[in-house]
Design a protein around this ligand. Structure first.
Ligand code: HEM
Length: 273
């Protein structure tokens, strides 16, 4: 094991703890269906954690632990794919970990303060954004995005050497199609329609901007029709990815070790004795 792999261990402790807390909030939500204004007669629990805040935490924590598990897995696997441990990789893993802790604790405290009106006009930046599944305030969203980039950097450094071995032309082609298609969807269709929709919402209200008559406007219909082009490019990329995976399945390496045979890893269970 490398230093970064060992250090990824604490990510999974956080995953399980967040999972537990999330389920406890779920149980509280379930309880409120039976007793809407307190928890087994304990009023202050409901005062501190009414249904809406509990629901926000329940959804947000699901995102957090699933994302943390994904981050930890990527960090653990990277040296296995790349074949070596890059310099200071362990330090980066620790930095990302503490950034995550600040993010989870900070955003949750902020959501509570914001929803209770303690943040004044800063509620949008540090408090509860009001969006389901993206409850965290804008500053926390930006920290989350920064964390994702740090993670990409960690994983990229780890697997870089392994990537050079991936020269399959199907995989390359799929990657190009997926990215070109995605960029096309965003810039040719979703973004322009979104901008027109925001104008409509400003001028005639949110409901009008979501109405069938808005979607049937000529310009919107034209943009939505043309998204078929990038969508098709993206779909070709997905089909080629499936072809690559099926081809890879028939070219797997043969097993190098028999059942019951010892693998060339240090036996952790012996270590502990
Ligand atoms: C003991 C464990 C859990 C309990 C008791 C529980 C309970 C609940 C309850 C009562 C609701 C409905 C809230 C409402 O009426 O708005 C809910 C919603 C939800 N739960 Fe859980 N939950 C649990 C675990 C989980 C887990 C592990 C996940 C995901 C990883 C999850 C994801 C969700 C989502 C996404 C919703 C929102 C559904 C919607 O609004 O349409 N829950 N949960």
């Amino acid at each position: 094991m490398t230093s970064s792999q060992v250090k990824s261990g604490k990510y999974f402790v956080i995953v399980s703890a967040l999972f537990l807390v999330q389920c406890m909030f779920g149980a509280l939500l379930a309880h409120y269906y039976i007793e809407p204004d307190s928890f087994f007669g304990i009023k202050w629990i409901h005062d501190i954690l009414p249904f809406n805040i509990t629901k926000g935490y329940h959804l947000q924590l699901a995102i957090f632990w699933i994302a943390t598990a994904w981050l930890g897995m990527g960090i653990y696997v990277a040296p296995l794919v790349g074949g070596y441990e890059p310099k200071k990789q362990g330090l980066l893993v620790d930095i990302l970990f503490w950034a995550l802790v600040v993010l989870v604790v900070g955003s949750m405290v902020g959501e509570w303060l914001g929803a209770n009106g303690y943040l004044g006009n800063n509620w949008f930046l540090f408090g509860h954004s009001g969006w389901e599944y993206i409850e965290l305030g804008r500053i926390w969203q930006l920290i989350l995005i920064a964390g994702m980039f740090i993670w990409l950097f960690i994983v990229y450094r780890g697997i870089r050497a392994g990537l050079k071995k991936e020269t399959d032309k199907w995989l390359k082609f799929s990657c190009i199609m997926l990215n070109v298609g995605l960029a096309g969807m965003v810039f040719l269709s979703l973004l322009p329609v979104g901008i027109i929709q925001i104008k409509e919402a400003f001028n005639h209200g949110y409901a009008t901007s979501r109405s069938a008559s808005f979607l049937q406007k000529d310009i919107v219909q034209t943009l939505l029709t043309w998204r078929a082009v990038p969508d098709t490019i993206f779909l070709i990329g997905v089909v080629v990815l499936v072809v690559f995976c099926i081809k890879a399945l028939f070219n797997l390496r043969k097993p190098t070790h028999q059942e019951g045979e010892k693998l060339p890893v240090r036996d952790l269970s012996l270590d502990e004795e």
